[in-house]
Ligand binder design. Structure first.
Ligand code: CAA
Length: 267
């Protein structure tokens, strides 16, 4: 257990050195994303932003059965068309906040990851999928469609026919299929401690990451899904210039030439 940065009945945010863990624990509704829960999550991210030096965030669930079971169905019932659109935009703002966050976000999924929950995972930069991970877009069965960016982010990651297949059918799939679709970073097996393996992998990969460069990688790689090749390469060159003389880049280049490991400070 690290330093607690934010605590609420539904969410715990703690930090150990450069890694934070955002633990979801809205157990009564399997972490379903109500407007109030979005507000709590935003408050947790405000607390994260006030703490300096966090390089990666593990978004995980303390509810054994579920990562997130989707948008809150009880809240959606009875909404007008305009209210439904507002709710979709509320969710989309949250997804964009994760996507545009300066730290690297890793979704640690080992349970139901449905609808809005899948959209949260897709907003993260990397997905770890455990043996109990169950992904799906069940919205079609509710007479709806994914409204928190899923039609766009899933299709950009997995391709058009995968998008049509999984969003039209609501078909469930596990870590193997998610891996085959290219969505998954690591997939710990049955005999491993999921949280421990994910924590160790994040620490190893990102505990000392050059975070200025990582932030630009997030931005430019995502932009590759909508920019032309020419505009994308232009954005890449500008990013290369913007960070090419940063303290971390100077340290990285110097450390290589001095045949030692770099010590990045995140600036
Ligand atoms: N919203 C609100 N409450 C939810 C919920 C959700 N998405 N998912 C589960 N819950 C609640 C259940 O109502 C239940 O509450 P009570 O104990 O008060 O009855 C509690 O969580 C436990 O759920 P179950 O008893 O159903 O647990 P289970 O193990 O039998 O089933 C499940 C688990 C398969 C995840 C099932 O709960 C389920 O199908 N949930 C809904 C999944 C879904 O359709 N998600 C998509 C929502 S739409 C969306 O996300 C749209 C969007 O993009 C904007």
């Amino acid at each position: 257990m690290g330093d607690v940065l934010f605590e609420h009945a539904d969410v715990l945010l703690e930090r150990q050195d450069t890694i934070a863990r955002l633990r979801l624990r809205r157990k009564s509704a399997l972490n379903a994303l109500s407007s109030a829960f979005f507000d709590t999550l935003d408050a947790a991210i405000d607390a994260l932003d006030a703490a300096e030096g966090v390089r990666a965030v593990i978004l995980m669930s303390d509810v054994p059965k579920a990562f997130i079971a989707g948008a809150d169905i009880s809240e959606m019932k009875g909404k007008t068309a305009a209210e439904m659109e507002t709710y979709a935009r509320r969710g989309q703002r949250f997804m964009a906040r994760i996507e545009q966050h300066p730290a690297i976000w890793v979704a640690a999924v080992n349970g139901y990851c449905l609808g809005g929950g899948f959209e949260v995972a897709l907003s993260c930069d990397l997905i770890a999928a455990g043996p109990r991970a169950t992904f799906a877009f069940p919205e079609i069965g509710l007479g709806l469609l994914p409204g928190f960016g899923g039609t766009q982010r899933f299709t950009r990651s997995a391709g058009m026919h995968a998008g049509l297949r999984y969003i039209l059918t609501g078909e469930r799939f596990g870590a193997d299929t998610a891996t085959a679709l290219g969505l998954v970073w690591i997939a710990p097996g049955e005999d491993e401690d999921f949280d421990e393996v994910v924590g160790g992998a994040v620490e190893k990969a990102f505990g000392n990451v050059a975070s200025v460069a990582a932030r630009e990688v997030k931005r430019v790689v995502r932009a590759a899904t909508w920019l032309s090749l020419e505009d994308g390469c232009d954005a890449e060159a500008a990013a290369f210039g913007a960070i090419g003389n940063s303290a971390d880049a100077v340290e990285g280049l110097t450390a290589f030439l001095e045949k030692r490991k770099p010590e990045f400070r995140g600036n």
